[in-house]
Design a protein around this ligand. Structure first.
Ligand code: A5A
Ligand code: ZN
Length: 477
């Protein structure tokens, strides 16, 4: 791989920093020769594995995992009018098998409603089959015309977790929406990524949904990134796909549905929020390597130091800690640089002097140096891992909180949107929204639902003076 020298661009030059850190930390290789498609390096893929294990653990509590085909026949894709309108510009079509033109063109799923719901129509017969709750983690394809970027705006989304649920009543579907929001908040809390939840305005909802609730975070350049969405689909799809059930009185009814999704944007947020001028900074829950041991091999006591390092590795591994011993024949400084770039939470150094003192030197990725008595290695490391995570969480929360401003007038909105998100009472009128958007360069994210970062406020619309509800405005990716 490339020579490991040179500094990253400073993180306050976020766009350059993001592009560089992806290859220097070996997350994604952007050199694949198709626009909008990128390659996971093994280290990036290992981060993905741990992140998605956490997501699966949460989903498995209330859903069954499944797997549907990638290809969707045109006649199914073309059934739901709003859905078609929302996606037709973004669909890749498979039209040939070898040299033969296909009788039925096949869409590469941009999302899987039209693959899954014809099957749901066969699976749902009576109220006893409900609720039905499934999810899959798959690749999806969207011919994005906006600027593509690794992990953020892809044409092949490689890690699309989509859940699809079916319920007897609209209210039950609504409580599923609320539960999904809670799971997403829990998931992002585990990644130390603070989020704001809002209900998208009608013009920005998912094609075919009754309404859409989105989970956003704020990136280091002040732009909001949508990192998850939960949609109440009502009976729009069940009407077009014939998903009906017989209720307990023998009456046929249309089912009510929800769907919700998260993509590898969750990893974009993880990397962008926590990283620093030296590279990735990962919470221990998702760090592929939680502890790296660097033996300091100077003078005559090499064998002794190596044995001590080996024993430390064994003890930590036996305690379930993901540990790596770096015995490459390169300078310790080069090893420090290497593992800092990759976000390893703790580096342990052991040399002759540490052995004599019966300790190990520990340096956390968040900058704290300490010594751990050899006999307390496991509890000492566990405590430090907890400290690193707590300090990552605090830093991210402080940072994002500082980017959210409650704005009482139009000028305040303009100012707030320069560095983050404005929280403003908006009356709900489209023309007031347009004025606010035009002046600030941001867009309405939606009506505030909840966040630990800011209280919802109501008041009067700064444009027309009518009563307004708490709304978020920001620039977006
Ligand atoms: N079927 C529902 C779940 C759905 O498709 N919803 S969605 O269109 O909103 O996508 C779910 C999430 O995927 C979005 O909230 C966004 O975080 C992410 N996403 C959408 N398009 C993306 C793209 N081109 N690249 C990366 N992530 C994307
Ligand atoms: Zn107004």
């Amino acid at each position: 791989m490339e020579e490991e020298t040179g500094a990253l661009p400073a993180k306050n030059d976020f766009s350059s920093w993001f592009n560089e850190v992806l290859w220097r930390a070996e997350v994604m290789d952007v050199r694949y020769p198709v626009k909008g498609l990128y390659v996971w390096f093994p280290h990036g893929f290992a981060i993905r594995k741990h992140v998605y294990e956490r997501l699966r653990e949460i989903m498995d509590r209330d859903h069954q995992e499944t797997l549907f085909p990638l290809l969707i026949p045109e006649h199914e894709f073309m059934k739901e009018a709003e859905h078609i309108k929302g996606f037709e510009e973004e669909v890749y079509w498979v039209t040939h098998g070898g040299k033969n033109q296909l009788d039925v063109p096949l869409a590469l799923r941009p999302t899987s409603e039209t693959a899954i719901y014809p099957m749901y129509a066969l699976w749902v017969r009576s109220h006893a089959d409900l609720p039905l709750k499934m999810y899959q983690v798959v690749n999806t394809f969207r011919y994005e015309t906006k600027h593509t970027r690794p992990l953020i705006r892809l044409r092949e989304i490689t890690s699309f977790k989509e859940a699809h649920t079916v319920h007897a009543t609209w209210e039950e579907a609504e409580s599923q929406v609320r539960a999904a929001i809670e799971w997403y908040i829990e998931f992002y809390t585990g990644l130390c990524v603070p989020v704001i939840v809002s209900r998208r305005p009608d013009w920005d909802k998912f094609p075919g949904a009754d309404y859409t609730v989105a989970v956003d975070t704020i990136m280091p350049d002040g732009r909001a990134l949508q990192i998850g969405t939960v949609h109440h689909l009502g009976d729009h799809f069940s009407q077009t796909f014939g998903i009906t059930y017989e209720d307990d009185k023998g009456v046929q009814r249309y089912a009510q549905q929800t769907c919700y999704g998260i993509s590898e944007r969750c990893i974009a947020a993880l990397i962008s929020l926590h990283g620093d001028d030296h590279g990735l900074v990962l919470p221990s829950s998702v760090a592929p390597v939680q502890v790296v041991i660097v033996p300091i091999l100077i003078g005559k006591r090499r064998a002794e130091v190596n044995t001590a390092a080996e024993m430390m590795e064994q003890v930590l591994r036996a305690a379930g800690i993901r540990v790596k011993r770096d015995i490459r024949e390169i300078r310790p400084g080069a090893k420090y640089y290497h593992w800092e770039m990759r976000g390893v939470p703790i580096r342990l150094e052991v040399g002759p002097r540490d052995i004599d003192a019966g300790v190990v030197s520990a340096v956390t990725r968040t900058g704290d140096r300490s010594t751990i008595p050899r006999g307390d290695l496991v509890p000492g490391v566990q405590a430090l891992l907890g400290q690193v995570t707590a300090s990552i969480k605090k830093r991210a929360t402080d940072e994002i909180r500082s980017r959210i401003t409650v704005a009482g007038n139009v000028d305040d909105v303009v100012l707030a949107v320069q560095t983050g998100i404005a929280v403003v009472p908006w009356c709900g009128e489209r023309r007031c929204a347009e004025l606010l958007e035009e002046k600030s360069g941001g867009s309405i994210l939606g009506m505030y639902v909840r966040s630990e970062l800011v209280e919802g406020i109501d008041g009067v619309c700064p444009v027309c003076g009518q009563k307004g509800c708490c709304t978020l405005i920001g620039r977006t990716f």
